[in-house]
Design a protein. Structure first.
Length: 375
């Protein structure tokens, strides 16, 4: 009898563990489903029985949307389903922002963790997991230029570990202000996009390197590591991060990964601040990258930049892909760069999308230019 009771207790604990690893997380009432996508609508729900006011806040609606309290203290609101994409949202409970506790899909934007709503469709199909998946890893390198040990995120495509003789081209993918080495993999869905494009035969298998563009950081703030003090007025620190990228990160990757160490197998792309880094790297090191993709960024022409662009043209490149949203606050600067490239005779693509300075554009851009690389 004792053995039977022991077995029954073990089965009960195992069943409980399927819902949560701690017994305190086990809820006996019916689970809340949120968000729930049905037909042309999406319903958000929150179990907050003692709340007096609950609102929904999203990046696809304006302002806070009131939610209605129903049976068992479940608050809910139903909205029209937005077009296919990834969106973020959170609840505001009695004036306090809280995440959806039943939605495990979250992304980190700086210090904020936001729930994600996936809306399926043609545009977002490559944002889901593919059948053949690559590997995302975090590696450390020493920067003599910046004087610290730093972390970089590296994506290697499906099959990299098995085929020890195959070498790959590399895309250096740079984040914007407020981001870090996790931004493109968390919010940009880089691994999922590349996995899908490669599996579909639309993109060449490639390694993607996502560095931390904040020169005073060793790694993302979530690591809890101290930041360094850098005097950017010191002439020796001019373009310090761009120099570290080109003179330290690129050699580090080429020494530690199976890559094709040629300009024709190197691409650089970046959004916003990273777009500025992309422009600077391509002009300061014109023979390093054959594929150049500044996103949501531009530049007013100067005599120096025009001379650098002429040097880039003379040195040669294979693709210059400039992209920006028509509602982006940097759209005018992107148009200035487009005009300068045209005036200096640099063949390029100016990809103009809808919307503004946001991840739904940057995911779209990666999905668009990645198939053009290394071909």
């Amino acid at each position: 009898m004792k053995k039977i009771l022991t077995l029954a207790t073990g089965l009960l604990l195992a069943a409980t563990a399927a819902f949560g690893q701690e017994l305190a997380n086990f809820q006996r009432q019916a689970p809340v489903v949120s968000p729930e996508v049905k037909n042309d609508s999406v319903t958000f729900r929150l179990n907050a029985n003692y709340a007096t006011v609950v609102n929904l806040q999203t990046n696809f609606t304006q302002g806070q949307i009131p939610m209605k309290k129903g049976p068992n203290g479940i608050w809910s609101v139903q909205l029209p389903l937005p077009e296919p994409e990834i969106y973020t949202y959170n609840f505001v409970v009695d004036g306090v922002s809280v995440n959806d506790p039943v939605n495990y899909m979250v992304q980190r934007d700086g210090t904020r963790y936001l729930n994600m709503l996936f809306v399926p469709g043609e545009r977002s199909k490559n944002y889901y997991e593919s059948n053949q998946r690559g590997t995302v890893s975090y590696v450390w390198y020493d920067s003599k230029i910046l004087g610290i040990n730093r972390r970089v995120t590296v994506y290697t495509p499906y099959g990299y570990e098995k085929n020890k003789n195959k070498k790959y081209p590399v895309l250096y993918l740079l984040h914007g202000a407020g981001g870090d080495e996790e931004a493109w993999s968390s919010m940009g869905r880089t691994a999922q996009i590349l996995d899908n494009l490669i599996e579909q035969g639309k993109a060449v298998p490639m390694i993607v390197v996502m560095p931390n563009g904040n020169p005073n950081q060793q790694a993302a703030g979530t690591m809890g590591l101290p930041t360094s003090q850098i005097n950017f007025r010191d002439p020796s620190m001019a373009n310090a991060y761009v120099r570290s990228l080109c003179e330290e990160i690129v050699p580090f990757i080429e020494s530690n990964y199976r890559v094709i160490a040629k300009p024709a197998s190197r691409a650089i792309a970046g959004l916003s601040m990273g777009g500025g880094h992309t422009i600077a790297a391509s002009q300061l090191y014109p023979s390093l990258f054959d594929y150049i993709c500044p996103l949501s960024m531009g530049a007013a022409p100067t005599d120096e930049s025009r001379a650098q662009l002429r040097a880039l043209k003379k040195d040669g490149y294979k693709l210059y892909f400039l992209a920006c949203g028509d509602a982006d606050f940097l759209f005018d600067r992107a148009k200035q760069l487009d005009q300068t490239l045209t005036e200096e005779g640099l063949e390029h693509t100016f990809f103009v999308s809808k919307n503004g300075h946001e991840w739904r554009n940057w995911r779209l851009y990666l999905n668009t230019f990645a198939p053009l690389l290394f071909k």
